[in-house]
Design a protein around this ligand. Structure first.
Ligand SMILES: O=c1ccn([C@@H]2O[C@H](COP(=O)(O)OP(=O)(O)O[C@H]3O[C@H](CO)[C@@H](O)[C@H](O)[C@H]3O)[C@@H](O)[C@H]2O)c(=O)[nH]1
Ligand SMILES: [Mn+2]
Length: 754
């Protein structure tokens, strides 16, 4: 019996059949090929727009090929929790990392809800430790965590006693409470009311504190914050709560870390913060598994750690899987996904596709890692070679090597050695009491990483604002796989941007970070040529890392119809049968994407919003992402990680879903494209009137349709031209866009004159 249990897999991979989606995608691909052949065949049509269209369409065809390859063999996993306990006697330790960076953009109340939901995980409390990194160095965040810990002592037992599902209090109390059948209702109601009262008090305290310049006098515990500046302060490490007795049902350890920052030292944003968390936790609990969440991602399925461990501890997963990624889902989302940022259909088709290849990308949050993989281990390591590679063989020469990799902390090197050999090792059994915080301060200092492998081969990798995808890609290049874990209920829930500004900033950061990866030495193509990145996984990475680059052909293609109308030329075949080819590509593409949305349970409106936002963001945010990287490569300016605002949605606002504008240059190209299409439409209408008078036949219907379609996509901007206040596009932006549009029309006219 025991034998059989060890043989049964802890998780299974199910291959999905998206036959319909496959058929549609292939058909579109075929049509694109026909279109290209038609273009080549009718070379006699050669003209500038015809040539440019051929170039753009070749690009679209290539992109479509990578899309199909990514989506072709989707998979998902199911985990067998019941078998986990038969397999392992005791659950392993898990260190949880939460990052926060700005108490204004990321209100502490959101962060503490995430932390509370993590402390209340359905997991032995003596096997958990929660580390919070605060890049904002904010006494308010610290204060909120201290107060939250007091509440956690009531909250954690309450959640466990009544088997609460949503363990983030702000969500729990916003819904009607449900209880198991056997619960003593009276007792429950009493405790529930008490808990609600306590939570409201906690909120009030934090609210009051946030209104003062300092949450409390900066003395005692808080004295360390008295002489700090945002980017100039020593490291602050505080053990807020220690589960001293190692109680299984207690509250897990909670540690606050604000790493050292100095003006001259680059801090590498989130990746830098994660590396400090890795090192400090190595000195304290050194758990073999790490869960990483952003400050807004609360636990929605308290058993998620066990589910992830099913994958890690499975006999196959144990050897192959580097990380387990849970999907990102959002709560209180804007109706019908007006800003196209809920990412529901995309992860289902593209994410599912990745999962059926070498594995899903690492998406930065809701992800479980193995510590040894973070330290740079490859899947088929040989223990002796590994020791040599990391310099763990006695002798001064090898000691130097270890330091070159991991830095000069002896304590850390010792713990890393054990982590790599997968031996349980807690550097300090009496944990924090006897722990020398000095050692922790050393590894959190800003110069610790100089001339080490941190950020290059070890830990979260530097050099891209999409540090997550980069770090995951390098693991895949080493030959590791990854898995998606999406049990029911959904593992985590978070905030998505509540307006188009947040959404556009996020897309700009992602697209630039991803394109940065494509141009770096970690480019997925090299990964396949020289590493162990599988070919189709490489294509999938090429698909995702090229996001910013896609803006260029897309903008060209969007300008083509206007160019043709203005210059009275054409880029589309305007006679039968040729004209049917692009028409059917357009129709098929829309039908296919619409059906994908409907099958995913989304509304037709959501589909349209996603299409529309796809066009807008590619030509605005992604284009700026592209420019950012061009400037970075030319060493003119560096990219920065702009934090997304996490706000609790304003309910019942009638303006929800409306676009808001500011003076950001990001709106200039979009407005210019819109003005150009409008100009073209006016010209074509005028010409049409003329031709009616002369009784001539007009061509160029295709071009007019394309222009009109773009105006429809850009409707939010069109409304912005006429609205006032934050809903209106600023006059300066309109003027700049008008200049661009004017130049474009001049260019068109000049090209005709030649
Ligand atoms: O200097 C910094 C900047 C950011 N963060 C943290 O990084 C996380 C992600 O930032 P956010 O503004 O929420 O970005 P998103 O676009 O929502 O994040 C996604 O994309 C990022 C990469 O662009 C990943 O780092 C994230 O994990 C992933 O959820 C947050 O917890 C921040 O507190 C830091 O700790 N230090
Ligand atoms: Mn986020």
């Amino acid at each position: 019996m025991a034998n059989q249990n060890t043989l049964l897999p802890l998780y299974q991979k199910l291959w999905l059949k998206h036959t319909f989606s496959r058929a549609m995608d292939s058909l579109i691909f075929l049509l694109l090929l026909i279109l290209l052949s038609y273009r080549v065949y009718s070379i006699s049509h050669y003209s500038f727009p015809w040539f440019l269209a051929t170039l753009c369409e070749s690009w679209f065809t290539l992109t479509w090929l990578t899309t199909i390859s990514t989506k072709w063999t989707p998979a998902r996993t199911t985990t067998h929790l019941d078998r986990l306990f038969l397999r392992v006697g005791e659950l392993p330790q898990v260190d949880v990392f939460v990052t926060t960076a700005d108490p204004v953009l990321e209100p502490p109340i959101i962060t503490i809800n995430t932390v509370l939901s993590l402390l209340a995980l359905d997991y032995p409390a003596n096997k958990l430790a929660c580390y919070v990194s605060d890049d904002g160095c904010s006494p308010l965040t610290f204060y909120a965590l201290v107060e939250a810990t007091k509440f956690a002592k009531l909250w954690v037992p309450f959640c466990k006693k009544y088997n609460v599902q949503v363990r983030a209090p702000f969500r729990y109390f916003s819904e009607d409470a449900t209880v198991d059948k056997n619960t003593d209702l009276q007792e429950f109601e009493q405790e529930w009311s008490l808990m609600k009262k306590e939570y409201e008090q906690l909120c009030r305290k934090i609210q009051n504190a946030s209104q003062k310049s300092n949450p409390c006098p900066l003395v005692g515990e808080y004295a360390v914050f008295s002489k700090t500046e945002l980017k100039n302060h020593p490291s602050i490490i505080k053990v807020i709560w220690e589960n001293k007795e190692g109680l299984r049902d207690g509250v897990p350890h909670l540690i606050y870390i604000s790493r050292e920052k100095r003006p001259q030292h680059p801090h590498h944003y989130k990746a830098g913060a994660m590396n400090v968390l890795t090192r400090v936790s190595a000195l304290m609990t050194n758990a073999p598994y790490i869960l990483n969440v952003d400050c807004d991602m609360y636990v929605n399925n308290p058993k998620i750690a066990q589910h992830a461990l099913c994958i890690f501890l499975d006999s196959k997963g144990e050897k192959e899987v580097a990380f387990v990624q849970c999907p990102q889902r959002f709560y209180d989302t804007v109706k019908d996904d007006a800003y196209g940022n809920q990412l529901v259909a995309l992860p289902m088709y593209i994410g599912g596709g990745f999962a059926g290849l070498q594995g899903i990308i690492y998406a930065g949050t809701n992800c479980f890692h193995r510590r040894k993989v973070i330290y740079g281990l490859s899947p088929d390591y040989d223990i002796q070679n590994m020791k040599k590679d990391f310099g763990f063989i006695n002798g001064t020469k090898s000691q130097k090597k270890t330091m070159q990799i991991f830095g000069a902390s002896r304590g850390f090197v010792e713990s890393a050695k054990h982590a790599l050999e997968e031996m349980t090792f807690t550097p300090n059994d009496k944990l924090f009491k006897s722990l020398e915080l000095k050692a922790a301060n050393q590894v959190a200092s800003c110069d610790y990483e100089y001339s080490t492998a941190w950020g290059k081969q070890v830990g979260w990798l530097y050099g891209s604002t999409s540090e997550d995808v980069l770090t995951g890609l390098v693991m895949h290049t080493k030959g590791w796989r990854s898995e998606v874990c999406s049990p029911d209920p959904m593992a985590f829930m978070g905030c998505s941007p509540q307006d188009n500004l947040g959404q556009m900033g996020q897309h700009k950061r992602w697209s630039s970070g991803l394109f940065d990866i494509f141009l770096s030495s970690h480019c997925p193509i090299f990964g396949t040529l020289f590493g162990k990145l599988q070919f189709r996984e490489c294509l999938a990475y090429v698909w995702i890392t090229n996001w910013a680059l896609r803006s260029v052909p897309e903008i060209c293609y969007a300008l083509l119809p206007a160019y043709c109308i203005i210059t009275n030329s054409s880029f589309l075949p305007n006679k039968e049968p040729g004209m049917w080819i692009p028409t059917s590509v357009f129709v098929m593409y829309n039908v296919a994407t619409l059906l994908e949305h409907l099958i995913s349970g989304l509304s037709a409106r959501t589909w349209w919003n996603n299409q529309r936002m796809g066009r807008i963001t590619t030509m605005t945010s992604c284009f700026f992402g592209f420019l950012d990287i061009v400037l970075k490569r030319l060493r003119i300016s560096d990219t920065v990680f702009e934090i997304t605002k996490k706000d609790q949605p304003s309910s019942n606002d009638e303006n929800v879903g409306r676009f808001i504008f500011n003076k950001s240059p990001i709106f200039v190209p979009g407005t210019a494209i819109l003005l150009i299409q409008l100009t073209a439409l006016v010209i074509s209408w005028w010409r049409w009137q003329q031709s009616l008078l002369k009784n001539e036949r007009t061509y160029g219907l295709g071009e007019v349709f394309c222009s009109a379609y773009l105006v429809l996509c850009y409707l939010p901007l069109l409304k912005g031209l006429f609205a006032k206040g934050k809903y209106g596009i600023p006059l300066s932006t309109i003027c700049k866009a008008m200049v661009l549009a004017f130049l474009f029309v001049q260019l068109c006219n000049a090209s005709v004159a030649n």
